[in-house]
Design a protein around this ligand. Structure first.
Ligand SMILES: Cc1cc2nc3c(=O)[nH]c(=O)nc-3n(C[C@H](O)[C@H](O)[C@H](O)COP(=O)(O)OP(=O)(O)OC[C@H]3O[C@@H](n4cnc5c(N)ncnc54)[C@H](O)[C@@H]3O)c2cc1C
Length: 121
């Protein structure tokens, strides 16, 4: 089935996974067994308001998660454009897996800055 752009705005979904009904904004009800949901993500606009270098709205950081030129500032997760060490020139995706790992890395790096452990990437 092909839907027009206007129809694609789903107003509501009801029913169990094996018998969904998608109610479109134009009133059409489409029976279905599958729902494919696509969503875009973007960092909080607060990041761009900081006046620091950003890439696609994410704060530019080094692989240690420090903001270049501001060694006392760390950023990670969706808010940060973290270099992906496995893909040269790329930054990590905005996913929970990266955010979780980077959160731990930020904690280690901050602890290291106080003399506990060593800094990592
Ligand atoms: C609908 C949806 C589905 C997703 N599904 C998946 C998935 O299946 N798998 C996956 O890996 N990732 C998924 N993601 C992405 C994942 O949720 C994010 O990448 C992850 O949560 C980023 O973690 P974070 O800690 O960087 O940011 P967040 O989890 O967004 O945490 C940031 C926190 O900061 C708070 N905050 C914001 N501004 C301020 C402020 N000014 N002052 C104080 N607090 C503030 C927010 O309230 C929030 O609690 C999904 C995202 C969305 C939107």
């Amino acid at each position: 089935m092909f839907l027009t752009t206007q129809q694609m705005a789903v107003a509501g979904v009801a029913g169990p996974a094996w018998g969904l009904k998608h109610a479109l904004r134009d009133g059409t009800v489409v029976p279905s067994r599958t729902l494919v949901w696509c969503v875009g993500v973007r960092p909080d606009p607060f990041v761009e308001s900081l006046g620091l270098a950003t890439e696609k709205g994410r704060l530019c950081v080094e692989s240690t998660l420090r903001v270049p030129g501001r060694p006392e500032v760390f950023a990670c997760g969706d808010a940060a454009a973290v270099p992906d060490l496995t893909r040269t020139g790329e930054v990590t995706a905005m996913t929970a897996q990266h955010a979780h790992r980077q959160g731990k890395l930020a904690a280690h790096t901050i602890a290291a800055s106080f003399g506990h452990g060593r800094e990592r990437e």
